[in-house]
Design a binder for this molecule. Structure first.
Ligand SMILES: Nc1ncnc2c1ncn2[C@@H]1O[C@H](COP(=O)(O)OP(=O)(O)OP(=O)(O)O)[C@@H](O)[C@H]1O
Length: 518
């Protein structure tokens, strides 16, 4: 492509870098081997292509721009990142590996900012990776500096993490992302290649990403992995929206969750024996709830009602920042938590969270994610459930679903889009469309849940667009079913699910309930 720089230019340089990939992987990043597809994505990055990577949560997308940035012994890669916590996490990890990395965000001091800018403009920056917010990329000051680095021939790539934030049809729309088309329009002669990464983009969001960023279709390499996660067992539990004789709907849901946890505990005990189990740290899990108050309430109920089996703590935007990071690090540490009063070590360590417990949570051994109420968007569901099993081992996703909650969430979406009026109608339509997928996912009793996830993310369409497939050549990502009894449909069959769903309050019952309310 005219004007396009193939990194160092010469073929021999590219070949040398590709040959060194494995060495850098082992020596700098301390990883034994590439995961399927990582090698191909990284090779394309090194060759100077625009790259679009849609890979499931925990795939290891960051390595796909970090490794090429380190592999070259000069030049700056700018990484646009939407969240402070995500940025801090990545920067700290890279620093601990000895990589020259910097960040400019709202927490960066004036002196540090000056130091980073001086290095950036010195003509031969030491910094290999610079993490910035999308908002910084809007400022004239930063843009001017970036143009200077480019004129000096030192800007080798722009990486845009969580690139689905660019689209109003996405679940995390961020207006500043929409302006990132500036890079392609201005970083020219030679054109600076762009890598866009996401775990959750529907076809409509994907096309926004490609168009707004101005990715060059001639030069673009597309990659994707299936949007579902083969190691996650997906299950939906149907709530009967009426309470039993002496128990509220919440009581019966709590009882159901505790029984589920006890069953996991018994299976584990049968597998490894009770002595070994007593030595192990508690199993980590996340329970997502809709509100801060519910997070506090459910965390305390889980502690009280579980007979010492569960330790649970609430996490939401109202918890003070230092306490939040303390909660996160205790939960991530995987150390057995010996209660001070001599009680037994709990079998489960649970964070009861609102969606404030979000992107960038990289705890490898979360064994389950429970949605206490249905998630508000399908993309959030896949992101949140994808925090389970990041180590590749078996994990579970459980969603509690009931008609009452469904109606409540639909009402809230209407109300929120009314009051915020963010592009009013379109915004509401996209939110309702996404929640519609949650409803179809939960109410379906005739399809494998892994297949539904891939269908809703348009995995098959991505293949048709020319996306590269991971390792096993010729096997279609979308059409092959990875579900080895790893969802309730494939395990229980249509009959089993239908029986469970029957218990859910019917539309008519709900209408009667609401009539009573009025
Ligand atoms: N080749 C590899 N071998 C072993 N571990 C790896 C490899 N590549 C990445 N990882 C690890 O996998 C974890 C997830 O990586 P990363 O944070 O890049 O995921 P991601 O694809 O961005 O996921 P998400 O969208 O959920 O944030 C990290 O702990 C990372 O160190």
């Amino acid at each position: 492509m005219p004007g396009m720089r193939k990194n160092d230019g010469s073929e021999s340089n590219i070949t040398r870098q590709i040959a060194n990939m494995r060495w850098v992987l082992k020596n700098t990043f301390k990883k034994h081997d590439f995961r399927p597809l990582q090698r191909e994505v990284i090779s394309s990055v090194i060759q100077g292509h625009d790259v679009f990577l849609q890979a499931s949560t925990s795939f290891g997308k960051s390595l796909c721009y970090q490794l090429p940035a380190v592999l070259k012994d000069w030049g700056l890669t700018v990484v646009v990142c939407p969240l402070l916590s995500l940025m801090t996490d990545q920067v700290n990890t890279l620093k601990s590996l000895g990589v020259s990395v910097a960040t400019i965000n709202s927490n960066t001091t004036h002196d540090e900012r000056q130091r980073v800018f001086e290095d950036m403009l010195c003509g031969h920056p030491c910094t290999r990776l610079l993490y910035v917010t999308p908002e910084l990329c809007l400022t004239e000051n930063f843009r001017r500096r970036l143009l200077t680095v480019h004129k000096q021939g030192q800007l080798i790539r722009i990486a845009i993490d969580e690139a689905h934030c660019i689209s109003e049809w996405g679940h995390d729309f961020r207006p500043a992302y929409k302006e990132l088309g500036w890079f392609r329009k201005n970083l020219v002669n030679p054109t600076v290649p762009i890598t866009a990464l996401t775990a959750t983009a529907t076809p409509r969001v994907r096309s926004d990403m490609i168009n707004i960023l101005g990715l060059d279709l001639e030069n673009l390499r597309l990659f994707n992995t299936p949007s579902d996660r083969p190691n996650i067992h997906y299950e939906v539990r149907y709530l009967a929206d009426y309470a039993g004789d002496n128990c509220t709907a919440e009581d019966s849901q709590l009882k159901n969750l505790l029984n589920w946890l006890r069953a996991i505990q018994s299976r584990r005990e049968a597998r490894i024996g009770s002595e070994e189990m007593a030595r192990l740290p508690p199993m980590s899990g996340i329970v997502y709830v809709g509100t801060r108050a519910m997070a506090e309430h459910l965390a305390s109920r889980l502690c009280q009602s579980s007979d010492g089996t569960v330790t649970a703590v609430a996490y939401h935007a109202g918890v003070e920042a230092t306490k939040r990071s303390q909660i996160q690090s205790t939960w991530k540490s995987s150390r057995p938590v010996q209660p001070a009063d001599g009680r037994k070590i709990p079998a489960f360590s649970i964070i009861v969270a609102t969606n404030a417990f979000g992107m960038g949570i990289d705890n490898p051994d979360v064994r389950f994610v429970v949605h206490w109420t249905p998630p508000r968007s399908f993309e959030s569901f896949v992101q949140e459930s994808g925090r389970a099993g990041r180590d590749g081992r078996a994990a579970a996703s459980l969603v509690y679903y009931g008609i009452q909650e469904r109606n409540f969430i639909e009402t809230m979406i209407h109300r929120d889009t009314e009051s915020h009026r963010v592009n009013g109608h379109e915004n509401r339509e996209s939110k309702l469309e996404s929640f519609g997928k949650v409803i179809r996912y939960c109410e379906s009793i005739t399809r494998c849940r892994h297949e539904l996830i891939k269908e809703f993310f348009g995995d098959f369409e991505l293949e048709e667009m020319g996306s590269q497939l991971p390792a096993k050549e010729g096997v279609s990502v979308a059409s092959s079913s990875p579900c080895d009894f790893a969802c309730d449909f494939c395990k229980e069959g249509r009959g089993g699910l239908a029986k469970r769903r029957e218990k859910m309050a019917s539309e008519t019952q709900m209408a009667l309930l609401y009539a009573d309310f009025d």
